[in-house]
Each structure stands twice: as C-alpha cells, then as structure tokens.
Design a protein around this ligand. Structure first.
Ligand code: GDD
Ligand code: MG
Length: 359
C-alpha cells in the first residue's frame, strides 16, 4: 500500500462564502449544487479515489448541513469525522483544531471550494522525496492578485508566501491543497484564530522550514465567486473539468430527473437544470445553473447565471452574469445584468428593472 494509508485528509469548509451571497445565506459554499451534486461530493470522491480513507471536515458556518448529508462517509467509502468551530478559527486555526483527530504521519489539507484534477499521489510523492515539512500544490493563473502568490527556487523550494497582494512577484499561486507533516501542525497556536496563509506559512519560511511546491498544469478553479462557480459548473457538465462522479455523462447540458423542459427551449454552454425545475418554451439558457425547483418562463434568456432554489424568472426576462436568490421572483421582461444579485424571496414586478429603454 502507498503512503496514502498513512495520510489523513482535512477539508476546510468553515468559511461564510460571502462572495457567493445570497446563495450562501441558506447553504454553505461547499454544499451548493454543482453539476447535480454538492460541490464537496466531487472533492470527496477525488480524495477517495486517491486511496486516502480518513477525512476530517473542519466546519463552522452552517456546520450541521455537512453531517446531515455525508454522515459517517461510508457511502463514499470514507470514514468522515467532523470538528466544529463555534467561533471561526481561520484556515490555520481550523487545521490546528482538528489535531486530536489526526492519525497518520502526513495530513493533506484541502480548501473546500477548489475544483481541480491534480494528482494527489504525485503531491504526496513530492512531499516524501523532498523530506518536506509542508508541500503546497501550486498552479499558474492569469491574475494572481486574488490568491496567495508563491515563488519557488530552482529546486522547487518555496521562497515566500504573499497572500492577496496588489503586486504579486509571480503568477504561480497557492492552489489550496497542502501536505503537512503532522508535527508541523502541532506548532500552530491553539485556541485562537490563525490564518495559514498570512501567519503559518510566513512563520515556517522565516524559520527556514522545508516548504516545497508541487506545480502542475491540470484544470484548476476556485469556485468562490459567481463567475467562477458558473464557469466551473459548466466545465464539469461539458467535461472540461474532471470529477470521478461524472465519468461519461458530459454534454452541452445536464438535466436532472423530474425537470420539465418545454419544446423549443435551448440549453447550451454547460447548463445544469436541477430536479423539479421547469423551463418554458423558447427559453434560452447558456451556461446557466438552475437549482432545484426553479422556474424559467417562456422566452426568458439566462446566461452565465445562478438561479437559486425555487426562484422564478418571468417571461422574456433577461438574466446575464447575475445571481438570483432562493425563492426570488423576477418579473416578465426584467433585465438583470453584470453582477446583479437578487436577495432571497424578493419580487421584482413585471418590467420593473431595465437597463434599456425598450418596452
Ligand atoms: N474551518 C474553517 N474555519 N474553515 C475556514 C475558515 C474558518 O475560519 N475560513 C475559511 N475557511 C475555509 C473556506 O470554507 C474555504 O473552503 C477555505 O477555507 C478557503 O477559504 P476561502 O475564503 O475560499 O479563501 P480564498 O479563496 O480567498 O483564498 C484561499 O484559496 C486560494 C486558492 O483557491 C487561500 O488559501 C489562497 O492563498 C489560495 O490561493
Ligand atoms: Mg476560495
């Protein structure tokens, strides 16, 4: 057996998901439906596939939802345990707080919102070969300012960690997955909030700890904003993004059982339609994420947007790059564009929001 047997997984899922509000007012970010499953299911399936069996979920915000859904993890072939933070302890504090549950020599920590196909065994191999204290999965992105910028030297050793700076030294960023030697976690201060990015990594580098990077060019996306959530969901549907849960079911759209699609409705661009949703005649959905029970009336257009549980888009409305909260009702011919967010339960009257002057 490989070193996976000696490795625990810890998934950080305690964040509030503020950038995805209002959807995250009712569900924690990792539980939002993504190509028909909670996002976290895709991540847990990857962990199971790697051979790791023991997973600790580090929870805080809406903690109960996780255990209700995943239970002891046996359905996924995993043993899942839960550690709850009454007050959020931050990413580093969350890791420190699960220490009593850890069993192995190595701990693989995951941000709970990252969609990637990275090879977890290769990451572990790098960690072992380098005899590292911590090994970080690193990827290159177009705009590194929203992430942790992580320069490395010719041997792959990390030389700095700069979280969300305006002028990052490199476009190589922290991909949100790390292997820690268990003893390194014991060094993190207990019982207070600690950021792994702003405190733990800089402190390790300051004392010359062996911190290495594992760089790859696999698919990678942080799902934490509406734009990224919509893109990642569409990429899963179209087969651009990997998930062990979606082998061989890919196409231009994914329609779940019990959804009603009227004749002449067009579903393209990786659109997902959840259970019990209804799409009217002539509606056009391009890269739309339609949660369970939402309704899109005839002739409406929905592009690159998320429609919350039980929301309704009225006839001939236009929704583009927007987020519609659970149960919201967007009246006929309304136009919601460019980052518009409608809060749950809000009703917009017919023709009540326009960007154009047409009637
Ligand atoms: N248990 C616990 N407690 N978990 C938390 C807490 C907390 O107080 N705060 C955040 N988390 C979890 C979130 O639920 C999420 O899964 C993960 O930690 C990362 O938080 P995000 O809020 O998504 O961070 P980010 O996307 O701004 O930045 C992080 O991810 C980037 C890659 O996606 C950083 O790690 C960056 O350095 C990195 O580049
Ligand atoms: Mg994130």
């Amino acid at each position: 057996m490989g070193i996976e047997m000696n490795t625990d997984a810890v998934v950080l899922v305690g964040g509030k998901g503020t950038r995805l509000r209002p959807l995250t007012l009712s569900a924690p970010k990792p539980m939002l439906p993504t190509a028909g499953q909670p996002f976290l299911s895709h991540l847990l399936a990857r962990i199971a596939e790697s051979g790791i069996t023991h997973v600790v979920l580090s929870t805080s915000f809406k903690a109960e939802v996780f255990e209700e859904y995943f239970g002891d993890g046996s359905k996924l072939g995993l043993e899942i345990e839960y550690v709850f933070e009454e007050e959020p302890l931050g990413t580093g504090g969350g890791i420190r707080n699960v220490l009593p549950k850890l069993r192995g020599e190595n701990v693989m920590v995951f941000n709970g919102d990252v969609l990637t196909g990275s090879d977890l065994s290769a990451l572990l191999d790098t960690h072992t070969e380098k005899e590292a204290d911590v090994t970080l999965h690193l990827v290159r992105v177009g705009d590194p300012r929203a992430y942790g910028s992580v320069p490395t030297d010719a041997e792959g050793r990390v030389t700095a960690f700069l979280e969300k700076t305006q002028d990052p030294p490199t476009d190589q960023i922290n991909a949100g997955c790390y292997v820690f030697r268990r003893e390194v976690i014991e060094e993190i201060p207990a019982n207070r909030a600690v950021s792994v990015e702003r405190e733990v990594f800089p402190a390790l580098l300051a004392r010359d700890a062996r911190v290495y990077g594992y760089v790859d060019t696999t698919y990678w996306r942080d799902m934490g904003t509406p734009e990224d959530f919509v893109r990642g969901s569409a990429d899963l549907v179209r087969g651009i993004a990997p998930s062990p849960l979606l082998e061989g079911e890919r196409g231009e759209s994914l329609v779940h059982p019990g959804a009603g699609i009227a004749p002449g409705a067009l579903l393209i661009g990786g659109t997902v339609v959840g259970r019990g949703a209804e799409i009217g005649a002539g509606a056009r959905l391009d890269g739309a994420v339609v949660f369970e029970g939402a309704v899109v009336e005839a002739g409406a257009v929905v592009e690159r947007s998320i429609l919350g549980f039980g929301s309704r888009i009225g006839p001939r409305a236009l929704v583009r790059d927007a987020v519609i909260g659970d149960g919201a009702d967007v009246g006929a011919r309304c136009e919601l564009l460019r980052g518009a967010r409608v809060w749950p339960g809000v009703t917009l009257p017919d023709g009540g929001v326009r960007f154009s002057t047409d009637v």
